[in-house]
Design a protein around this ligand. Sequence first.
Ligand code: ASP
Ligand code: MG
Length: 319
Amino acid sequence: MQTLVMKFGGTSVGKAEAIRQSADIVLAAKKDWPRVVVVVSAMSGVTDALLKGAHSAAAGDAATFRTIAADLRNKHFAALEALMPPGAQGQARAEVLTYLSEFEALCHAVNVLGEASARALDTISSLGERMSIHLLAAYLQSVGAKSEEVEASDLIITDAHYQSANPMSDLTRTATQARLNPLLDRDVIPVVTGFIGATQDGVITTLGRGGSDYSAAILAVALDADEVWILTDVDGVMTTDPRIVPGAQTLAELTYREISELAYYGAKVLHPKTIRPVIERGIALWVKNTFNPQHPGTQIVKDNGHTHGDIKAVTVIRG
Ligand code: ASP
Ligand code: MG
């Protein structure tokens, strides 16, 4: 049975229109793939806002986190309102409110203590993904698809290295298969939180900022998936930074070694650590654009037998 893991980044779920486009891509893929797992980031800007709430609370500010909670409620509700009729929003609205009251309670505790531990920061910053899954899953359900939201704390078991936790592969494999296979067998599309995991004791951890790509890779390995698609807001990996060089082109193919070198020299590309397990297993990895789904994107391959020494891309470290 062919399995596809698709990961949508923050801008791909950043507002209603983006969520609709992401859902269209999921539904189109589901026609070709019997088993589709979706991994999502928090809506763009949300993780930063949650952390700002935590840090300001720790610094003695008891007001900012409440404003942030109100802003985040408006942001999530606005997306829900634009995506589906009121009758379909109930469950997702309730989830968002639950997580935002948890956010306020946690920030209040941090404010009283006057410090935010790494463990507290992980619990607080996990809330963005725990809200965003409900938006995409509710929208998929509202258009008649079978979808269910899943928290990766049930799937990805990590050590207690808060803020950049390391997955434990055997435990993760067992937990992921036990939770997701029954859904996939019933043709349900799981919408899974990126970024987060949990210790064996069930304490929330995060895989590090930008960690949702890693989540997708971990789940793909745990499920013996055939392909991983990283959906972002550019056409793939480019020859250079298009903000500096407007003529930058999308690369059709890049090797793991090439992408590692680009990352090392400052390019904002997939972090090599996050994709290594996927490449090692020979799982096909694509970087694609949510906002230009016709474009094939970039395929990352283990090795393509080309001569080393070709110049593929140019990157810069300022200063
Ligand atoms: N939401 C998390 C972050 O902003 C993880 C991710 O987007 O990949 O770092
Ligand atoms: Mg993000």
